[in-house]
Ligand binder design. Sequence first.
Ligand code: ADP
Ligand code: 5GP
Length: 215
Amino acid sequence: MTALGTDLGGRAGGSLPGGPPPDGSALRARLTVLSGPSGVGKGTVIAAVRRRHPQAWVSVSYTTRPPRAGEVEGVQYHFASREEFGRMVDAGGFLEWAEFAGNLYGTPRQPVLDQLARGVPAVLEIELQGARQVKKAMPGARFVLLAPPSWQELERRLVGRDTETAEAWQVRLDQARVELAAEAEFDAVIINDDVGRAADQLVELLRSPLLTREG
Ligand code: ADP
Ligand code: 5GP
């Protein structure tokens, strides 16, 4: 596994629209995609980043998954029926979308474009198939994989969260192996052994220019 928070290099296209934003904020007006296995702590780490940098904007996805206890429409997700989701797909309303563990998830396109046009650092928390679509659509984006300190710890977190059935854990863990095997597709890997440390490393990536492999 790659060193913590190491930038493995930007992609062709180099630096992105907007270096540091004009308001003096340290974060760059760039699209950052955070992926990683279910239960690794993506939501937890992003929440910690937003406590440090409330100006970072996090996209709210659409999903056909039913809300978990405590999830609120428009906060964690926009909850939609398959029909509503399909209409948005047909209208070209998603920047990317994918099926994951039996449910559909998608990033509404326009809010992301609006935030980037305003110079706001934007973050997507999405799974691998969606990240691959964004890589094609948004060549200036940075892709970060959040990885667990160990497989046992990933299982412990997923099961400990207690939001899925045992059957659903297995589907998510099978998918986790696929996601972790795709490490080389990402610009950087952060090991989430400690939420504060992982959040610091993500903030560092939100601040820094895209580096070349040599740089
Ligand atoms: P994801 O969004 O990747 O599915 P969550 O943010 O829901 O994952 O985290 C899954 C579980 O793991 C939660 O119960 C969360 O509190 C816990 N968790 C997240 N990061 C850590 C960490 N660094 N150490 C221990 N537990 C963590
Ligand atoms: P959960 O059901 O645990 O909230 O999310 C399951 C998976 O879907 C996670 O890996 C999460 O990152 C991913 N996900 C959430 N929103 C989106 C989205 O808009 N698009 C894609 N492709 N994946 C998403």
